[in-house]
Design a protein around this ligand. Structure first.
Ligand SMILES: *[C@@H]1O[C@H](CO)[C@@H](O)[C@H](O)[C@H]1NC(C)=O
Ligand SMILES: *[C@@H]1O[C@H](CO)[C@@H](O)[C@H](O)[C@H]1NC(C)=O
Ligand SMILES: *[C@@H]1O[C@H](CO)[C@@H](O)[C@H](O)[C@H]1NC(C)=O
Ligand SMILES: *[C@@H]1O[C@H](CO)[C@@H](O)[C@H](O)[C@H]1NC(C)=O
Length: 409
């Protein structure tokens, strides 16, 4: 017990953030990417990567429910919240960005590839220089709409992600603490030790530093103003929630991740090909210690520690379900279709790596899954970052070449 407590003492807020960053970057060292896959050129001379290989034009009804679509959204920011499954989302969005010739704001100053952390301020000096306009921001950054609107090409859209606060906390806790091998329910014990926790006026209380993975961390990352963390004024909090909500075109819900991808596809006029992803990362929590049930009292304590995260989760979960209801019952047919297709694609890639044509269906166009496609489905964050950086460099070369041409004319 004493040793459990002493280990828990290390669970201080800022340390968690740094530690997570370090581990993350340690896991992603090295650069095995095959760069040539990042390359291709469209008729405009820009690199556009590999789009789906299509054998036929549109299938008759694949644009269901997309009457207002003028083409895919190719200018967006993804607020990558730690420990929400945002890594898997990153892979999907990076692949999309490469395939659509997007220009990444690639973090240059931080070896953990974060753009802003303790200070949610951001300008072009944070990114690898571009001669064009940035249209893609998907590495860790704290939401700051004013700064990001200024940084990105005009009309940029925002994607967020939230996870149930208790699941988020479990994930943070067991990632940081490999503690208490002898304990049946270390998280419950930890919460018991905080039972008398009183949020301070700023909501930070004694749990530590301003930036902290266990207290209102998701809300902080998504741009909820810190000065309101301690507020009890319902009307102020609700108005702020609506403001924060209005910044985002969509906020994905980790618990309904694949459903979220389908809603994203519809919202951004993307194809189903665009949201295909590896199923290897979707592992279920099997360690009983990690998923040990908590008492009502422990859950209540957790709510007290991170009240704004609960508020924001309930808000975005509710609006998510309102939106899926508005999409109509076909939405759920599409989700089933998507999950099945994605499994088939993964099975193909695991088993054969050869070429396979997936025929068009109600919501998808015909496409070819070849060995390159399969290889890329397994790419890591580092590989995708490198491909996007390469794309940026090629775009810069292209723009300089054109400028030189104009000057010499
Ligand atoms: C690039 O595009 C051309 C023509 O569209 C195609 O033949 C070639 O295979 C593509 N290369 C890669 C690496 O995707
Ligand atoms: C960047 O955006 C501005 C403002 O929309 C535009 O005038 C400019 O041409 C863009 N630059 C490039 C290289 O596309
Ligand atoms: C957001 O960015 C703007 C513009 O750079 C800056 O003035 C402001 O202080 C930032 N907001 C926060 C909360 O840091
Ligand atoms: C999200 O909202 C739906 C609909 O209100 C509800 O049924 C569900 O339990 C919520 N999910 C979580 C994880 O709270």
């Amino acid at each position: 017990m004493a040793s459990l407590r002493s280990r828990i003492l290390h669970f201080s807020c800022l340390a968690v953030v740094l530690y997570v960053g370090m581990l993350w970057s340690w896991k992603n060292t090295g650069f095995p990417a095959k760069r040539r896959y990042g390359e291709n050129r469209s008729h405009e001379g820009m690199i556009t990567g590999r789009g789906p290989t299509l054998r036929s034009d549109l299938s008759p009804s694949f644009t269901t429910n997309q009457a207002s679509c003028d083409g895919p959204v190719t200018n967006f920011v993804f607020i990558k919240v730690h420990k929400t499954g945002s890594g898997s989302t990153f892979l999907v969005l990076a692949r999309f960005g490469r395939n659509h010739g997007m220009t990444i704001c690639y973090p240059i100053h931080d070896k953990h590839r974060r753009l802003s952390y303790n200070s949610p301020n951001l300008d072009r000096s944070a990114c690898q220089p571009s001669l064009g306009n940035y249209t893609l921001l998907i590495n860790h950054a704290i939401m700051n709409k004013t700064a990001m609107d200024r940084l990105m090409a005009p009309g940029t859209r925002y994607i967020g992600i939230v996870r149930h606060p208790l699941e988020h906390f479990r994930s943070v806790f067991f990632y940081e603490n490999q503690p208490a091998k002898d304990s049946v329910n270390p998280l419950g014990k930890y919460l018991d030790s905080k039972v008398n926790y009183k949020p301070g006026r700023t909501g930070m209380g004694k749990l530590g530093k301003p930036v902290c993975q266990q207290k209102n961390f998701q809300a902080y990352t998504l741009g909820f103003p810190r000065k309101l963390f301690g507020s009890r004024k319902k009307s102020v909090l609700e108005e702020t929630l609506r403001t924060v909500g209005s910044w985002y075109s969509i906020v994905l819900i980790t618990e309904y991740w694949e459903e979220s991808l389908v809603l994203l596809r519809r919202t951004f006029c993307w194809t189903m090909y665009d949201i295909l992803h590896t199923t290897r990362r979707l592992h279920v929590q099997r360690d009983p210690k990690k998923s040990a049930p908590l008492t009502d009292k422990q859950i209540e304590t957790h709510r007290k520690i991170t009240p704004i995260d609960y508020l924001i989760y309930d808000y975005f979960n509710r609006t998510f379900w309102e939106r899926t209801t508005k999409e109509g019952p076909e939405f759920w047919d599409e989700v089933v279709y998507f999950k099945t297709l994605n499994l088939q694609v993964n099975n193909h890639c695991t088993l054969s790596q050869g070429d396979k044509v997936f025929p068009s269906g109600k919501w998808s166009r015909e496409f070819l899954a070849d060995s390159t496609f399969c290889e890329e489905l397994d790419w890591t964050t580092t590989q995708w970052n490198s491909a996007l950086l390469l794309q940026l460099e090629r775009q810069n070369e292209e723009i300089s070449r054109k400028q030189a041409q104009i000057e010499s004319e």
